[in-house]
Write a protein that binds this ligand. Structure first.
Ligand code: CA
Length: 246
């Protein structure tokens, strides 16, 4: 089942892609409305995830245009404050909405719920075993000795399994899915916790601390998660030799 994501923030698209692929869907993406409409016409996705705030042709207009000729379910992404926008989006033909920042798991469950309502029973979700088979090692993120298996939520370092909490795992996937990108604490709170923690970046610092400790206890393990002083954190895919004492 193909899902089309129309969103201009590459990082959000990436996270959506990871979680949906993990759930057994295939994902197409467009970073603006025109490209999204073209992909929709060509690929006939079974669902559209549509950000309302897009450059050029805005999401509302994209929604209206899709509705002139197709009944594809549309899930809109909208900002917390904009209640009117949300309602207008639903009025323009969207099936459901999610308020940004949202948790990726919530997004997946909304997608499943919408597809369950809109598709005949025999075409709904893939059996978990099938998704597993279809994915295989393609669903691993590999960085030297660090391997992250998305479907199983399993991490190994130099071949040794590392047990992470849900938040530690989500934090690692968020960072590792955009290597070398610097994430602020606020962004990580939004993406991993799914809400604003009233400006308390300490939550992130604490989880980064425990995550690092777990990933780096194995002898010779590389130092992937780096602090960018005064800004936040980034994931370095192929770090140089680990500095002594860190
Ligand atoms: Ca946007």
């Amino acid at each position: 089942m193909k899902i089309l994501v129309i969103e201009d923030e590459a990082n959000i698209t990436q996270i959506i892609r990871l979680y949906l692929e993990q759930a057994g869907y295939s994902v197409l993406s467009a970073s603006d409305g025109i490209a999204g409409l073209e992909l929709h016409a060509r690929e006939h996705p079974c669902l559209v995830i549509l950000d309302l705030m897009l450059p050029g042709l805005d999401g509302m207009e994209v929604c209206r245009r899709i509705r002139t000729w197709a009944s594809t379910p549309i899930l809109i992404l909208t900002a917390r404050q904009a209640e009117e926008e949300r309602i207008a989006g639903l009025e323009a033909g969207a099936d459901d909405y999610l308020i940004k920042p949202f948790s990726p798991r919530e997004l997946v469950s909304r997608v499943k719920a919408i597809l369950r309502r809109s598709t005949p029973a025999n075409q709904t979700e893939q059996h978990p075993a099938q998704a597993q088979q279809a994915g295989g090692s393609e669903q691993d993120l590999r960085f030297g000795g660090l391997v992250i298996n998305l479907p199983a939520r399993r991490v190994t370092v130099m071949g040794q399994p590392v047990t992470l909490t849900v938040k530690e795992f989500d934090l690692l996937v968020t960072l590792a899915s955009s290597p070398d990108r610097v994430f602020t604490r606020e962004t990580l709170l939004h993406q991993v916790w799914g809400y604003t923690y009233l400006g308390d970046g300490r939550t992130v610092d604490v989880h980064i601390g425990t995550l690092r400790k777990k990933l780096e206890t194995v002898a010779g393990a590389p130092h992937h998660i780096q602090t960018v002083w005064g800004v936040g954190y980034k994931f370095v895919p192929h770090p140089a030799t680990r500095p002594q004492g860190e």
